[in-house]
Design a protein around this ligand. Structure first.
Ligand code: ADP
Ligand code: MG
Length: 320
């Protein structure tokens, strides 16, 4: 696995067996729980730490509150679900005062209201450390079933919402979780597999490939490049950034080629979608360069500071 903590998560996972009411536990964007109504419950949780996930400045208390909820809304959206309720636990730095804590929650509540999510509980502590905030979100699938990382099939087309790269220049704090887009997609087509981009397009696509036991060919010239990349001043080119920058919080998903064609014709939302490649039966992942040659595409992301660096352009990592 890739990140150091992935080895730990694997160890934890080896000691846990999914059983009723858990239909899908550790290993996807959210857990899927059975409910008595026959409809699934989705549960996601994510912790943000000052100094790792954000720093003050450029972050502000309202923006951190907002982001701590937004990353979870993104995970629920990636399961094809609507977020409904949130739980917030904070370790507040003792010296920052109550105004700071209110601003943090005000930012979170603004986003919760925007998405019709009810704040339903949490835990408040203070200590002489930096800010730590954990949010857990409950949701339900838009359609009959949840969408996991497991269902990609050979011949599927790979799509991505929005544009990628350069989120470190500010977007990682202000991004819009793709909840509306997830709802529209589940209504329009049969999504086979989906994930949100937190580690980087290449790294997160690899999660779909591993769990679906398939491979992919990604077309470098089809990857939508974000305008924020103009602010990235290093020797890595825009495609390299778009493949490996983390925290885009866009959706990557696969559909049959028939559904792919329909999507291209019938998608009229303000958030664009783009077909970036195809799923293959052979389990390798390749990048088709603009010169039409295939180079291996490793799971580049902020957790892969040097892997495969010479394959596309120079390499490094981006971690907001
Ligand atoms: P994401 O990037 O989508 O938030 P993570 O990489 O943080 O997902 O986690 C991968 C999977 O491991 C998720 O299903 C998550 O719920 C699970 N997980 C992470 N840490 C733990 C833990 N300490 N105990 C149990 N499950 C965990
Ligand atoms: Mg995720």
């Amino acid at each position: 696995m890739d990140r150091p903590e992935f080895a730990l998560i694997d160890w934890i996972r080896s000691r846990v067996t999914d059983r009723d009411p858990v239909k899908l536990g550790i290993g996807d964007d959210a857990a899927v729980l059975r409910s008595d109504t026959g409809r699934d419950w989705l549960v996601a949780t994510d912790m943000l730490m000052e100094g790792v996930d954000f720093t003050f400045p450029p972050a502000t208390a309202p923006l951190v509150g907002r982001k701590s909820l937004a990353v979870n809304l993104s995970d629920i959206a990636a399961m094809g679900g609507r977020p409904t309720a949130a739980f917030v636990s904070v370790a507040l730095p003792i010296d920052r005062g109550v105004e700071f804590a209110r601003d943090l929650h005000a930012g979170l509540l603004d986003l919760a209201n925007q998405y019709g999510v009810v704040l339903a509980g949490g835990d408040t502590n203070s200590w002489d450390g930096q800010l730590v905030i954990n949010v857990a979100v409950v949701g339900e699938p838009f359609g009959e079933r949840s969408i996991t990382r497991r269902g990609a099939l050979p011949g599927d087309w790979i799509f991505v919402t929005g544009a990628l790269g350069g989120s470190i220049h500010g977007r990682h704090l202000t991004f819009e979780p793709r909840v509306r887009e997830s709802k529209l997609l589940t209504e329009l087509v049969n999504i086979h597999a989906m994930i949100d981009i937190s580690d980087g397009l290449a790294a997160d696509l690899h999660h779909i490939l591993e769990q679906s036991r398939v491979g992919a060919i990604v077309d470098a010239s089809a990857i939508p490049l974000h305008a924020d990349l103009a602010q990235s001043r290093d020797d890595r080119g825009p495609v390299r950034h778009a493949l490996s920058d983390g925290e885009d919080f866009e959706l990557v998903f696969t559909v049959s080629s028939t559904d792919g064609q329909r999507l291209i014709q019938e998608w009229h939302d303000s958030t664009p979608i783009q077909c970036i490649g195809e799923i293959t039966a052979a389990p390798e992942c390749w990048l088709r360069t603009p010169a039409n040659s295939l180079v291996p595409l490793p799971p580049l992301g902020w957790t892969h500071p040097l892997d495969g660096g010479d394959l596309i352009e120079a390499s490094s990592h981006t971690d907001p």
